[in-house]
Ligand binder design. Structure first.
Ligand code: SAM
Ligand code: SF4
Length: 341
């Protein structure tokens, strides 16, 4: 099957009311997942009916319009993107835009299916992948992910590296869970030539455990690291919100994403689309715009392009996360698996 590609419209760059140019799109291709991470989902999650999802052809068309409108970096995410049936067709089709206006095609994955797909992803021009991994202890890994198998993820990482893809590890800082392990995870990542980024738990969606119990501020994690390592501030940026340091002892990089302790919104260049075609202008706000209706209303892309322009005009200055305020009630009602982190 060849995905539809030719619905061009005259490009209008996406600039929000605060003068920020939108050049980064994250697309969640499914809300389903083969893990049930404790901070992300409840064990008995209700998933969207399959008929509500955009087809792969529609996702391809949507991404193409965003690329024509100035998106240079496209990240496929989920849920777990690699569990969506035939997802490689979308990667193959999107890879045709690389070398043109699209500068980078990438994905965020839990790594469970990487062994199977690593070489196909490399063939699609994917050079970097983010793999989420919060612990190297198989039992803790199973506790955090509820359903995951650490060995499978490690094999997947090795397969991706063998295929020439560089890996960045994303780890959520979890109080009392991976607190005692972070130095070992950093050494493991750096020994394997991988950057590692730590993320604070964000108050998104209703889940069973008390989120305040999971929240470990990165300011505390960083202080802990400083007693073990020499951390040199560096200018390195990947187009995302992480601030990086280099560890003198390992030579590797550590990123910190601190939505709760440090507001990174002023340089936000991104928007997110869900697998049902809902556009979120901010990860931490509920305002959204439906793109599925204009996408389906006409095979011409004008309606869709106009709907995107209208939505970008509503991109807020920033999010409003606060762990204290969001103890009993999440800041946004949707789960991270809907917008894909
Ligand atoms: N399934 C893929 C994965 O785990 O990498 C992609 C989707 S997942 C929602 C994207 C990222 O969001 C993961 O790194 C995960 O750890 C992170 N995440 C999920 N829920 C979160 C939360 N409540 N706070 C902070 N990060 C979260
Ligand atoms: Fe699945 Fe990723 Fe959420 Fe874990 S964080 S449950 S792997 S979507």
């Amino acid at each position: 099957m060849t995905l539809i590609t030719d619905h061009r419209v005259a490009p209008t760059p996406m600039v929000d009311p605060f003068g920020r140019m939108v050049s980064y799109l994250r697309v969640s291709v499914t809300d389903r997942c083969d893990f049930r991470c404790v901070y992300c989902m409840s064990e008995d999650m209700n998933f969207l009916p399959k008929q509500d999802l955009l087809t792969l052809e529609e996702l391809d068309r949507l991404c193409s319009v965003f690329i024509e409108k100035g998106v240079k970096k496209l990240r496929i995410t989920g849920g777990e993107p690699l569990v969506r049936r035939d997802i490689m067709k979308l990667f193959k089709s999107l890879s045709n835009r690389l070398g043109g206006p699209l500068e980078e095609l990438t994905l965020t994955t839990n790594g469970s299916q990487l062994e199977k797909f690593a070489s196909e992803l490399a063939d699609c021009g994917i050079k970097r992948i983010n793999v989420s991994l919060d612990t190297l202890d198989p039992i803790k890994f199973r506790t955090i992910t509820r359903w995951g198998d650490l060995d499978k993820v490690l094999t997947g990482i090795a397969a991706a590296q063998k295929a020439g893809i560089s890996i960045k590890i994303n780890a959520v800082a979890l109080k009392g869970i991976n607190e005692s392990e972070v130095e070992a995870i950093i050494k493991w990542a750096h020994d394997g030539a991988m950057d590692i980024t730590f993320i604070e738990v964000m108050p998104m969606g209703d889940i069973e455990p008390d989120r305040f119990d999971q929240y470990w501020p990165l300011s505390q994690l960083r202080a802990q690291l400083q007693s073990r390592f020499t951390l040199d501030e560096i200018d390195y940026r990947t187009g995302g919100p992480a601030r990086y340091v280099r560890v003198k002892e390992t030579g590797g990089r550590i990123g910190f994403i601190t939505p709760l302790t440090h507001n990174f919104c002023e340089s936000c260049n991104r928007v997110r689309v869900t697998c049902t075609g809902t556009l979120y202008m901010c990860l931490g706000q509920d305002d959204a715009s439906d793109l599925r209706a204009p996408l389906r209303a006409s095979s011409d892309n004008k309606l869709l392009s106009d709907a995107i322009d209208q939505a970008i005009l509503r991109k807020p200055r920033g999010h409003d996360f606060s762990i204290e305020r969001n103890i009993s009630k999440p800041a946004v009602t949707r789960h991270m698996s809907v917008t894909g982190g």
